[in-house]
Design a binder for this molecule. Structure first.
Ligand code: AMP
Length: 437
């Protein structure tokens, strides 16, 4: 029979596992236009990845010869899984009577919502590699999909996202300046859950640094960042150079309004115009349906939400909760510059917020008395130079008149000067939130 060689992986860890694999192969071979050329021996393996406690898998790899299109084979595999008793939808990595994965379809490369070929993780799975070796394949010669793909050129980034969008994928964007930590990872993990493809951008954006700020000294670690992105399930890391992002004639900027005029905006003139400009550029390049930003930088989030509405970017801006060290310090790339003494003192920001939070829970609603609670805590820490303590309307961080307040966020910024370089720490919390957020 003529046709392409298609390799599929078979797995089962519920019921009579060997019988499930045997029946699946027999059913595949009895479909007109599909021949099972040969199959590997069966191997036993543990679940790969996180999931509930469950029995071991039996796995094998089979070689088919067929002219069926790959998407039709995928649908057929789904039907065979259902016939074996697999229930859908089912949570990821739950036990299953039958799992059929398309691994390779000749030389075909597909990267659509429902199908990625070659299978993106085949080479990470011994229960696939072992049977492939047994069938005589040279693993080094088989094609691999690099995940995350590391892309420098804006044109290549835009082209990659266009292909994903054309393949029906929901693309999620996570803009960062790199030097990644668990706070960034939480954004990527949420994007991973909500989107088909996740793009993390790593770009220390000169436009958002003022003269005398730490652009040159901002911590950079692309190798470590790509490792973290891989663990978080990111599909592409976009890491352009400054010259690639901004050509020599570059001169257009997004003007930002009152949302950017106070607090960080007052202390760092031009900062939010620089942030809004690079984010608008990233939105235009990647055209994501969803973009993820941390509440850690609450004013930045407010500025971007406003820009998204004002300029009509067709996407949803998703705010993500602050990730903290165990002692309460909000994670930040700049925390590495704190001296040991300043690091110990730095918990004062979260303690000040907790104090206002406690007052709120006791029924305090007066703007100035809530602010006073936080000020007292900040004042007790001489290492912290307070830049501002503000209570703002949560939804857009608009200023509030004195008197009783509702739906508010408290924001604090303070400087610590005892380390190799001065560090500004930002923190905030919505008062009345069940947990820190
Ligand atoms: P940066 O690399 O500092 O520009 O941050 C990139 C994104 O990660 C921004 O949307 C930040 O708000 C977010 N982020 C930074 N630190 C944290 C954190 N501790 N928890 C949650 N999100 C964070």
């Amino acid at each position: 029979m003529a046709g392409r060689i298609v390799l599929i992986g078979l797995g089962s860890n519920v019921g009579d596992r060997a019988e499930h694999l045997r029946v699946a192969l027999q059913r595949l071979g009895s479909v007109p236009g599909i021949a099972v050329v040969r199959a590997s021996a069966v191997v036993e393996s543990e679940l790969v990845g996180d999931g509930p406690a469950q029995g071991k898998f039996l796995n094998a790899v089979a070689e088919l010869r067929t002219n069926w299109p790959a998407v039709a084979l995928l649908a057929l595999c789904g039907e065979l899984e259902t016939m074996a008793g697999r229930v859908r939808p089912a949570p990821r990595n739950h036990p299953r009577p039958l799992d059929l994965d398309l691994l390779f379809d000749g030389d075909l490369h597909i990267d659509s919502r429902e199908l990625v070929l070659p299978h993106p993780r085949w080479h990470e799975r011994e229960f696939v590699c072992g049977p492939l070796r047994e069938l005589g394949y040279d693993l080094a010669a088989l094609p691999k999909v690099e995940r995350p793909a590391v892309i420098e050129s804006p044109v290549a980034m835009a082209a990659q996202c266009s292909r994903w969008l054309a393949g029906g994928c929901v693309v999620g964007l996570v803009p960062t300046m790199g030097s990644l930590h668990r706070g960034h990872a939480s954004l990527m993990e949420l994007a991973r859950q909500e989107c088909d493809r996740v793009v993390a951008t790593i770009f220390v954006n000169p436009l958002q640094f003022g003269p005398g700020e730490d652009f040159a000294a901002y911590p950079r670690d692309l190798t470590g960042d790509v490792r973290l992105c891989k663990q978080a399930g990111v599909d592409a890391v976009f890491a352009p150079t400054v010259a690639q992002m901004y050509d020599p004639e570059f001169c257009s900027q997004v003007a930002v309004g009152p949302a950017a005029a106070t607090m960080e905006g007052a202390l760092r003139p031009g900062h939010f115009a620089g942030v809004a400009t690079v984010v608008a550029r990233l939105f235009a390049l990647a055209r994501p349906q969803r973009a993820y930003f941390g509440e850690k930088d609450a004013q930045q989030l407010a500025v971007i939400r406003r820009m998204q509405k004002d300029l009509g970017f067709p996407l949803q801006v998703v705010g993500c909760p602050i990730v903290r060290e165990t002692d309460g310090l909000a994670m930040s790339s700049r925390n590495v510059y704190l001296s040991a003494e300043d690091r110990a003192a730095s918990t004062v920001l979260s303690r000040a917020l907790a104090s206002a939070q406690f007052a709120w829970q006791q029924g305090e609603r007066d703007r100035d008395r809530l602010l006073a609670r936080a000020r007292v805590v900040m004042a007790a820490e001489p290492r912290a130079q307070v830049d501002y303590i503000e209570l703002r309307r949560d939804v857009d961080l608009a200023e509030l008149p004195a008197g009783p307040v509702a739906d508010v966020r408290m924001l604090i910024a303070a400087r610590f000067a005892g380390g190799v370089r001065p560090v500004r720490l930002l923190d905030n919390a919505r008062l009345g939130a069940g947990s820190w957020s």
